[in-house]
Every structure is written in C-alpha cells, then in structure tokens.
Design a protein around this ligand. Sequence first.
Ligand code: ZN
Ligand code: ZN
Length: 416
Amino acid sequence: MIKLNNLAGPCSCGHNHEVITAHIDTDKGAAERMPEKLKESGFSKVWMVCDTNTYAAAGEKIEALLCKAEIFAGKTLLSHEHIMADEYSVELTESSINNYDLLLAVGSGTIHDITRYVAFQHNTPFVSFPTAASVDGFVSSVAAMEFGGLKVTLSSRSPIMLFAEPEVLKEAPMDLTCAGVGDILGKYTSLADWRMAHLITGEHFCQRIYDLVLKATEIVHANIAGLSAGNLTAFQGLLDGLIISGLAMQMMGHSRPASSGEHHISHFWEMGMVEGVDPNALHGEKVGMNELRLLKLYKSADWDKLLALPIKLRDIKPDIRLAYKDLADEIIELNTPDSADAIDPELVKKNLEEVKAIYAALPDSDELMELMAGIGCTVAPETLSCSEEAMQYSIDYACYVRNKLTLLRLLRIVER
Ligand SMILES: [Zn+2]
Ligand SMILES: [Zn+2]
C-alpha cells in the first residue's frame, strides 16, 4: 500500500513536493470501497469511460457497484477497432457524456489518456481505475495523444484518486504486463543519469524520490518471474512501482526521475526519425528493450576518458541537422544552451569516483534479459524491425530529443 502522506510536503531537498492524487487504494476490495469514497468526497454523478475489454474486466462490476450506491450517471463504452487516444475517440466520448460531476477511467493507458484529455477540456476531475499494469502514466499530468496522425504530449491533469485491484491486473493480456515491466526497468538508467547529472552539474536532486523509485524498481525486478506465474504479490509490486514512478513525476513537476536515454530512443522512433522501425509498439515494450541495450553500453563506459579534464564538447548543430532534418531548427533551439555546458570541472574532480560507482552498480543486462524474455517481454530490436544499424543510429542521435544530461548524450558529445 502506498502511503501518500510520506510523499507530499516540505522535503530535505529544499522543495515542497506537491501530489495531486489525494487517495490511492490498490488493495483487494478497492472497487467495493470506491463508491463510498467518491460519495464522501461529494460526488454523486459518476460517468465511466471504458472499452469492450475493460468493461468485461472490471467496468461491468464497477457499474453495478456505482448503481447500487446511486451515483452512476452513465458510461461511454468505446467499441471501435484499434482504439487510440485520437480525435475520433475524444469526439465519441465528448458527445456521449452528460449530467456528470466526475469522470472515471476504467482501462489501460489509452483509456486514461482519452479520459484525462476530456476531463481537462471540460474542467472536471477524474478518477483512475487501471485494468492493466502497463505503463507508469496513470497518475501522470500529461496526456499522450495522437492528433492529426502525430503523437503529441499535452498538458492535462492527474487523477484525484486511483483505485486498482491486483486480481484484475493479473487477468490482463501478458503483453500489457510486459510493457509495464519494461517501463519500470527503464528507471535504472533514468535514476543513474539523474544522479550523475546532479553530481557533475549541480542539477537539483531529491534523495527521497530517488530512493522511492529505486526501491520500487528493485521490487519489480525481484518479482519478474512471479508475473507469468500469476502471483498476486508480483502484480501488486508492479502496480505500486508504476504508481510510485508516476507520483515521483508529480512530486518533481517533470519526468527527470522516470525518463532518460531509454525513453529518448523510444521518442526518437515515435517522431519517425528512423525509417522502418515500428513506432507503434507499446511504450514500455520499447523502453524495456532499450534499457537492455543501454545497460550494456553504460556499464562499459570509460569514465576516466569521458570526464578527463578539460572536457571538450562537440558542436551539436551538425548532428541535429543531419538527424532531425525538417525539425532541426526546433531541436537546436530546444538544446540551447546545451545541458552539458553546465558540467563543472570542480564537481567532476570531486565526484568522479561516485559517478563510476553509480553505473557499476547497475544490473547486468544479460541477467535482466533472461528474466524479461522468460515472461515474454520484447528483448531483441529486430522484433520491432530495428536493425543493428538503426539501433546504433538511434543511440548516436536520440540524445537531442530532450535537453537533459544523460550518459547517452555524454557518449555522443564529449570529444575524445
Ligand atoms: Zn515511460
Ligand atoms: Zn525532495
């Protein structure tokens, strides 16, 4: 059980962490407890958004519970093929909702993005009920939409409450669970990069959030095999890990603790920068696969060479012009000033050994690959039509997708 009162409020890192999601219940019987909690909070007309699969998985039961409590206003049951968080799904949802005071998303990431987007547009609060442990975005404050055929991340809102049941998640399709595992394991490199950047540039860092997310990641890692066996504790750990990662982003107000090079490569593909690579694979499927590759790369980094003083950085503009073509001007602007300009030689001298130790402590890629493959996770780039050449190209150029100091970026821009 996640204790929210340990997360929000003033912190020794100097920030006053804000958490918007005020109630989280992920224990057995959460669905039964939900109507009473919603009533208590002043809601009387709950509108549910779900699809055919998630209605069968949990929606039908939730509808009955809300009806019994006399707070069910109606539902949008999306039933078209290949449901995406696009104009069509938004239009269907918006044209059906009426006479409600709260929206309730019952489903996986896509249903959440649709509901979150509509809730934001209509200035209504929303509540989350995930039916698959597939992504860390349930409590996120941004909606990943696909408008005009393009993937866009829009400011939106976090759910005010989240309810979930490990029993429901256990029954979800295994590829969704695998995606959740991949998204969480990506935190190993995200956290390492965050701490490294703090140690050599002084970027803001919160030990409390770092410890929380690392612990959640290690719990998922230790329980991977249990997921294919349908072990409820393993599903509870995965769900809690995904929620904690999402809460960490709420607490920081950005994605630094939960996203780094492994996500940047995935975004690079989604932007269509590498021809042939399937951009439509599940988010966590791409992230987990990239994580395996980055762990190999990161653990073999020669830090004595990489951070040898004086550090000379290459001009990043030719790289960006070559890889980002029409988007080059925008990406150059995004990367100005270069996050690596903040590297402080004094901090490098002082903290080099600690930086080395962070990356040395990362898990072994082969061992992790075996565990992931064992439950059916995608581990080979070829599965997503990504050749070795395309992967290397992505490793070289994806670091400019965001202006964050990552090891992926250092490996590209430090002149040696
Ligand atoms: Zn992610
Ligand atoms: Zn803090």
